[in-house]
Design a protein around this ligand. Structure first.
Ligand code: UVW
Length: 318
């Protein structure tokens, strides 16, 4: 926070809230907007059978982009053919050999769903639960209820990089809901109520292009807070925001100096699910080629007890 940055409690004092809307015990928030009608509308978009997986590779030989303070996943080989070079190697009847490995990973260190209780201010997380329910692992609004439910519906890709005629958006570059609408119009697609929004910036291309200097003055591009933007998300009943950046929004709001305002205005207050670090390249190239920017989206993070997030490999089917 800069010296002059307002407190989130003051900035978002009059911001809309969905706390209590789906009951006092709700833990999946705006995903409640995705009912049978939305699933069927999404499924009805399947025409070509083309599928696109949106997860970035874990253990990319070129490196895995992670939010500052997190480390990329480390995979360790536990057993492989060399295990059986040892004289005390395990012997299975029939001569079975096998490979085993494990990863040590931040649950938010790859393409991921955030739990609704992942961020907060003022001592309260989503739905008004006490922030102390996060201590030692989330007992409220963890990623587990999202994982149990799954996320299925109509998705619209908004290719902001192509719309702005760029390979990738620049550090700190912002856009608003009005820009999303202009992008949709240029792409010939309509954003409907309860759509899952997928936004492409291709910013993380720079992680590999720039190497060590990538994190200097770190500020991702993305959506920027305004009361009108929050109200638009509320009116449109958007259940899920998916982007190819680490945090789905401009890191530091250029208008007020606050970090990750929308995590709070959209996730904490409205209950919007956030999906981050998606790989949208093959999918976006196909949309640009066939001109179809809507598709059937299916995703489920892993069922991690008390987890504040979880890796995911969403699929879009056209
Ligand atoms: C933070 O909110 C710090 O991280 P993420 O971008 O994973 O939501």
């Amino acid at each position: 926070m800069t010296d002059t940055a307002p407190d989130l409690q003051d900035l978002l004092r009059d911001s809309p809230s969905n706390w209590g809307k789906w009951g006092d015990d709700d833990e999946v928030g705006s995903l409640n907007y995705l009912g049978a009608e939305q699933v069927l509308a999404g499924a009805a978009l399947v025409r070509s059978g083309k599928t696109f997986t949106l997860q970035r590779l874990i253990g990319d030989p070129k490196g895995d982009p992670v939010w500052p303070g997190r480390a990329p996943a480390e995979r360790t080989q536990i057993r492989d053919e060399s295990t059986w070079d040892a004289t005390d190697a395990p012997v299975a009847p029939g001569g079975l050999h096998y490979a085993d490995d494990k990863i040590e990973a931040f649950l938010q260190g790859s393409t991921q769903y955030d739990a609704l209780g992942h961020v907060w201010y003022g001592g309260k997380i989503w739905n008004g639960y006490d922030a102390r329910t996060t201590i030692g692992g989330l007992t409220k609004a963890s990623v587990e209820p999202i994982a149990r439910r799954g996320v299925v519906g109509r998705a619209v890709l908004l290719d902001m990089a192509r719309f702005r005629g760029k390979d990738n958006l620049d550090a700190g570059e912002t856009f608003t809901h009005e820009d999303l609408l202009a992008c949709a119009e240029a792409q010939g697609v309509t954003i409907e109520k309860r759509d899952i929004l997928i936004i492409r910036t291709n910013f993380l291309k720079l992680f590999h292009d720039l190497g060590d200097t990538f994190y200097k003055g770190f500020c991702e591009p993305g959506l920027v807070y305004s009361p009108e933007l929050v109200q638009w998300f509320q009116d449109m009943e958007i259940p899920n925001l998916v982007t190819d950046t680490m945090a789905n929004e401009v890191t530091t709001d250029p208008n007020n100096g606050v970090t990750l305002v929308l995590h709070n205005a959209l996730m904490r207050n409205l209950g919007l699910a956030f999906t981050e670090i998606a790989d949208l390249e093959a999918y976006a190239a196909d949309c640009a080629q066939d001109g179809r920017y809507d598709g059937f989206y299916v995703a489920a993070p892993l069922k991690v007890h008390r987890g504040s997030g979880s890796p995911v490999n969403p699929i879009v089917i056209k």
